[in-house]
Design a protein around this ligand. Structure first.
Ligand code: SF4
Length: 82
């Protein structure tokens, strides 16, 4: 296991240990997108910037309250195909 896997697994293991589905969803998103050494921010910031609009977890991916308050950031109405 390399350093990236070790750093990423630390977040994944912490999140998936939380009770309920929220932690498991968080862990899955971290597993999917998080690059701990990519200079793209924290795991949550990287998940916030996810653009896989067709992912079944997109609407429930972990985002901050600040992110949700930004205009258009959480609005998918113009992003999804008709
Ligand atoms: S919402 Fe984005 S980060 Fe989360 S699992 Fe789907 S594609 Fe991956």
């Amino acid at each position: 296991m390399n350093d990236i896997d070790t750093a990423r697994n630390k977040v994944i293991n912490r999140e998936k240990a939380k009770p309920g589905l929220r932690g498991k969803i968080n862990a899955n998103c971290a597993y999917c997108i998080y690059d701990p050494f990519g200079s793209k921010g924290t795991w949550r910031q990287q998940v916030e910037e996810c653009t896989s609009y067709d992912c079944p977890l997109y609407e429930v991916r972990p985002v901050s309250e600040t992110y949700n308050a930004l205009p258009l950031k959480g609005d998918l109405s113009n992003a999804l195909p008709e």
